[in-house]
Write a protein that binds this ligand. Sequence first.
Ligand code: 2PG
Ligand code: MG
Length: 429
Amino acid sequence: MTATARIERIHARQVLDSRGHPTVEVEVHCQGGAFGRAIVPSGASTGKHEARELRDGEAEHFGGKGVLRAVSHVNTVLAPALLGRDVSAQRAIDRTLCELDGTPDKSRLGANAILGISLACAHAAADAQGVPLWRYLADDRQPLLPLPMVNLISGGLHAGGNLDFQDFLLLPIGARSYSEALEMTVRVYRALAATLARHGFEGVLVGDEGGFGPKLQHNEQAVQLAVEAIEKAGLRPGHDAALALDVASTHFYRNGSYHLHSTVGVSLTAKELADTLLHWVTKYPILSIEDGMAEDDWEGWVKLTSVLGKKVQLIGDDLFVTNPERVKRGIAEGVANGVLIKLNQIGTLTETLDVIHLAQQAGYRPVISARSGETEDATIADLAVATGAGQIKIGSVARSERLAKYNQLLRIEEELGKEAFAAWRPVGS
Ligand code: 2PG
Ligand code: MG
């Protein structure tokens, strides 16, 4: 048994994320030398019910996006309360952080301040025990490398509103190991660049998550090009590789309708959108749909789940915001069958682990996810392995804030072995 490592010093600073926006970095030093560091990510297509990240709002500094108040909350309010505490007492630490904030959405001290400490403590605790983070977090669970769900084409708020739907993603379902999945993905990504160029589109410029961001005529064209790229890569659509969508429909939902700009003037009811998605699922190898309905359109979600819930994975992102209460409601109402997991939507590691557990217990699939604003921090790779979540969504196979996680998973694969891999399971199996 390792001796308790006590927290000696906590220090936060402002650093930059992949969009050049400020974010919070926290370092935790323990007596005896153990050390942990974490950087907090940030979303663009955020859900209304997420925990609140604190921004300074001073226009003259980073256009109001500075995080110096959150940094100061770490250094002057939260850190003093944790000095001398056992760094491995994660649940107690996270409880203290939440209590010091005192609001349900962490808006007083900032979810970015709180999450930075929460994660840095986990890193320090792993260091104190001399084990990698994934092993420390796994506890007595069976660690598993996740199947990646990889962004190919970006739209919506991640690519200047070129398309209504936000992400067109690859699911390399035929892969027998994580590294094979990654290699298949790179093949399709390269084939897509060539496919786009052949069709006369810009095949080099990428969106916030490294996916291509061409100005296509309509959403369906993105699906068609992705299928073409799978074939060009020498893979069989629906057999070796399939597609996933993040519709992110919250962001084009107004007054009870779904307004599609790229198909000029088209507004759909929830039923019509569900039928459109059903039509696509019948026509294309689409196996997973995220945020097919808007964050508070629970009725729409019931319809969508009744139409598609037995055929494909239906993931709630803006709907659930990694919040136990919202996930419980979803389970009770039989809405969706998967939960996107983003640490900064809820704001502590403990609450995130609880939501993953809740989803797993209910047979809902957890998909660990990065944000569109990311950094070199690779914590989510370890989290995905430790919890055996089964799937991870990091963005595309370009840009180093994405590769930091993909490469961390390669390192973990080397230790765990290729067999420790969560191969794709069809919905209903
Ligand atoms: C999403 C995420 C990641 P953001 O909607 O799933 O792709 O985007 O971080 O902007 O919320
Ligand atoms: Mg999403």
